[in-house]
Design a protein around this ligand. Structure first.
Ligand code: SF4
Length: 349
């Protein structure tokens, strides 16, 4: 059946599609191979491959119910990271020997009735800063393919839930989505396009209580822990103008220094924010566990946090696009965490 407009159309990975205007290539800025996020979990065969290279390289992560992950060195980098920021598995055994999440990041693939949407994560400064070529779906293929070279989807989406009791077929969603993305591409503030209030009511909880418990659990000396502290400080400041802000360290800063040093005209901070929100919508990861109205409340909240963080960094003298890119990194990272998934489940927009 060739008619992709039929609501019963299957989700498929071909043709590969990119969001118009999305730009990315890997420059090796090096953020992804650090404890900015957990380097795992490893599947059974991935674990075998990694342990075949070095039996000491895998540890069990308490926070992931004891799942196997890559060991982090005392400097916060992956066990396999070389001093020149190359991966020693890649260098000595080839890219196919690396765990799947290393080969994929920051690219992803979602199967839809329209085809396979290539997605990108914006915590990666290679995605957000400096001169970057337009994302080419075929050159992304090695990242999103399985070990036999076939595109492998992270998720399949055929219908989209707009609100608690309202689901629409994908083609109806595409029309709505095109209008939203078009308004952002024309320069409209993404907060206005989302049309949702930030910081919705939380069922039987408060933003302050959620942030306090996140910080208590997340702060462990890792880069992720520092990002959680920045996020929480932004939430406290946004909700209480009297809050005395204490800005934590930024262990991710060297990766952004490298990205900022690349050629290319600085971007407008607003362009960085709009690009991120557009990709959050396009990636459809939100369809896993929430309706679009809840997703909009989530993005409206994290967009405010990203802008707050960026404002502080600009005050410290950083270039506006770099400040925005770091704000987006903090907001996306926490948004991808289990802490945030739990908070979203409490949202009552
Ligand atoms: S295995 Fe290689 S690519 Fe993966 S996190 Fe470690 S250094 Fe980076």
């Amino acid at each position: 059946m060739a008619d992709s407009s039929a609501s019963s159309a299957k989700a498929r990975v071909r043709p590969l599609l990119v969001r118009p205007g999305a730009r990315y290539t890997c420059f090796g800025d090096g953020l992804c191979c650090t404890d900015i996020h957990v380097l795992g979990p490893l599947g059974r065969s991935e674990r075998k491959r990694v342990e075949a290279v070095d039996p000491e390289a895998v540890v069990l992560e308490e926070g992931l119910d004891g799942a196997p992950v890559l060991r982090i060195a005392p400097d916060g980098g992956c066990h396999f990271l070389l001093p020149d920021r190359r991966c020693s598995i890649h260098a000595e055994h080839g890219p196919q020997q690396k765990p799947g999440f290393c080969r994929r990041f920051p690219v992803g693939l979602v199967a839809t009735p329209q085809g396979g949407r290539v997605t990108t994560e914006h915590r990666c400064p290679c995605r957000t800063l400096g001169e970057r070529p337009l994302l080419d779906p075929e050159s992304a293929l090695p990242s999103i393919a399985d070990r036999r070279g076939r595109p492998k989807a992270d998720r399949r989406v055929k219908k989209v839930r707009l609100a608690k009791k309202k689901k629409v077929p994908f083609d109806e969603w595409r029309v709505m989505e095109a209008e939203l993305l078009g308004r952002m591409a024309e320069g409209e503030d993404p907060a206005a396009v989302l049309g949702a209030a930030p910081f919705p009511r939380l069922k039987k909880s408060s933003w302050e209580a959620e942030m306090e418990s996140m910080v208590e659990e997340a702060i462990d000396g890792s880069a992720f822990g520092f990002a959680a502290a920045w996020f929480a400080e932004a939430v406290f400041a946004l909700r209480d103008p009297e809050h005395r802000v204490r800005l934590p360290m930024r262990p991710w800063s060297p990766a952004f220094d490298r990205a900022e040093a690349r050629p290319g005209a600085p971007r407008h901070a607003e362009e960085v924010f709009a690009d991120w929100i557009a990709d959050e919508i396009w990636a459809l990861a939100w369809t896993d566990d929430r309706s679009f109205d809840v997703a909009c409340a989530d993005w409206a909240t994290r967009l405010q946090v990203a802008r707050e963080v960026a404002g502080w960094l600009e005050e410290e003298g950083h270039r506006a696009d770099r400040a925005a890119a770091e704000g987006v990194m903090v907001a996306e990272l926490i948004g991808d965490s289990e802490f945030w998934t739990d908070i979203v489940s409490l949202m009552r927009p």
